[in-house]
Write a protein that binds this ligand. Structure first.
Ligand SMILES: C=C(CC[C@@H](C)[C@H]1CC[C@H]2C3=CC[C@H]4[C@H](C)[C@@H](O)CC[C@]4(C)[C@H]3CC[C@]12C)C(C)C
Ligand SMILES: C[S@@+](CC[C@H](N)C(=O)[O-])C[C@H]1O[C@@H](n2cnc3c(N)ncnc32)[C@H](O)[C@@H]1O
Length: 363
């Protein structure tokens, strides 16, 4: 081959690689790049071990919440978010949840609309102090603060997410409205009756006992305050005697750090048990809502590309060992989640709106 042709071929390959890793490597336009993938606060040499420990803990997810192991759940959830936070940001964005798909709207818009819906349901407004229970890197918090101009305080168990959320808040110019605290939502570091409203988006599913987190939210809410949650639950279509369905549900639990999914009909009972009035309850995934799992299915080609990128970066020693295992786990989880959505046995958006009764002000 002539020198000119060789140079052109090399340049084309180089450009192709650049496009593949740097441009395509970031699914969300302003998100992370593949070369920036860290594993939270886990040191590079510990990633693989931590992943193995995580995987063996969540092997039998449905047995955790009824055993002494449930005490260890917050620590393993923290490990989980050290392992996945960067991959989520890289391949999904700053909001770690699903949304009904909306015809003619982008994923980003559908996400924002789903978040603003939570804000509107609790009537967040300027001057209100609102609690975000399990805030991730703060995608919903920023959307809700910008939409309602209320002050939002987020809590997450994961220190790495706190640093990411604070950096995003500053970058978005919303740090005067948004505050982030590292802590356990099962024992929150907030005084009684200190919030006007609260919401949790796909986060309380990590609690081994829902009453523990709902009880804490009830405690920190002012009397009359509203709380809305988007819960991950199995629907009445789920048949625990069907091994194929059990495999889907356990696949979701294992790949998402869940100590056993709850049934849809358990949620309101638990809310009432801790003292809430249930104002409204609705599965936001039900038609006419567009399928929330469509985005997961559409991304399949990108996941293969991501996997190749991760494998290449691990091989070159840029990404820590173990990242490819974590990515593979997420790949499998995506398949289980899609199947759960398609069959209708699972929803990640069972909405419950609760009020702390006024009567208790005197109690
Ligand atoms: C509420 C929770 C998280 C929900 C979702 C934000 C995440 C659930 C599964 C995740 C993903 C699966 C496949 C990944 C893909 C293989 C990778 O290349 C890019 C990232 C994924 C798309 C990733 C993104 C986030 C999820 C959709 C749980 C934890 C309670
Ligand atoms: C799937 S993410 C959702 C994050 C955010 N709500 C969003 O939609 O982007 C779940 C969040 O719950 C938090 N979480 C889980 N268990 C927790 C606990 N015991 N205490 C505090 N935060 C917890 C995780 O750290 C994570 O931030």
């Amino acid at each position: 081959m002539e020198t000119g042709a060789l140079v052109c071929t090399a340049a084309l390959i180089g450009l192709g690689l650049y496009w593949f890793v740097w441009v395509m490597g970031s699914a969300e336009q302003k998100g992370k790049r593949a070369v920036e993938l860290k594993m939270g606060s886990i040191s590079r040499d510990k990633v693989q071990d931590k992943y193995k420990q995580y995987w063996s803990f969540f092997r039998r997810p449905n047995e955790i919440s009824e055993s002494a192991e449930k005490e260890k759940v917050p620590a393993f959830v923290d490990t989980f978010y050290n392992l996945v936070t960067d991959i989520y940001e890289w391949g999904w964005g700053q909001s770690f949840h699903f949304s009904p798909s909306l015809a003619g709207r982008s994923h980003l818009e559908a996400t924002r609309i789903h978040e603003e819906r939570a804000s509107d349901l609790i009537g967040a407004r300027p001057g209100h102090r609102i609690l975000d229970v399990g805030c991730g890197v703060g995608g919903p918090m920023r959307a809700i603060a910008a939409h309602s101009r209320s002050n939002v305080v987020g809590i997450t168990i994961n220190e790495y997410q706190v640093s990411r959320a604070r950096a995003h808040n500053c970058k978005a110019g919303l740090d005067s409205l948004c505050e982030v605290v590292c802590g356990n939502f099962l024992q929150m570091p907030f005084p009684d009756s200190s919030f006007d409203g609260a919401y949790s988006i796909e986060a309380t599913c990590h609690a081994p006992k829902l009453e523990d987190v709902y009880g804490e939210i009830y405690r920190v809410l002012k009397p009359g305050g509203l709380y809305v949650s988007y819960e991950w639950v199995t629907t009445p279509l789920y048949r625990p005697e069907d091994p194929e369905q059990v495999e889907v549900i356990q696949g979701i639990e294992r790949g998402d750090a869940l100590p056993g999914l709850r049934r849809q009909d358990e949620i309101a009972q638990i809310a009432k048990k801790v003292g809430f009035e249930v104002v409204r309850e609705e599965d936001l995934a039900r038609p006419p809502a567009g399928p929330w799992w469509a985005r997961l299915k559409m991304g399949r080609l990108a996941y293969w590309r991501n996997h190749l990128v991760i494998k290449a970066l691990s091989f070159l020693g840029i990404a820590p060992k173990g990242v490819a295992d974590v990515h593979e786990m997420l790949f499998l989880t995506a398949a289980h989640l899609s199947r759960g959505g398609e069959t209708g046995i699972f929803t990640p958006m069972h909405m419950i709106l609760c009020r702390k009764p006024l009567d208790n002000a005197a109690a």
